[in-house]
Design a protein around this ligand. Structure first.
Ligand code: SF4
Length: 65
């Protein structure tokens, strides 16, 4: 990765989007310093046929660090 590209990635990862609170610190998009996502928007979905509680939902924008 070039120096400018890695600088860009660092800036993206540290930007906290205060509209998307998130505690998943293992995600590459987590802003790190605070419990917020760094993305402009996320996609939430489900892995269940008939979701009935919060644990039935998933952040489909999750990326492993
Ligand atoms: S992409 Fe989803 S899981 Fe990852 S930090 Fe953002 S909201 Fe959290």
């Amino acid at each position: 990765m070039s120096e400018s590209k890695s600088k860009e990635a660092t800036i993206m990862n540290t930007h906290a989007n205060k509209c998307i609170a998130c505690t998943v610190q293992q995600c590459a998009h987590h802003c790190g310093s605070e419990d917020y996502c760094s993305l402009e928007k996320i996609l939430v979905g489900t892995h269940e046929a008939n979701p009935s509680m919060d644990k039935c939902t998933d952040c489909k924008s999750f990326r492993q660090k």
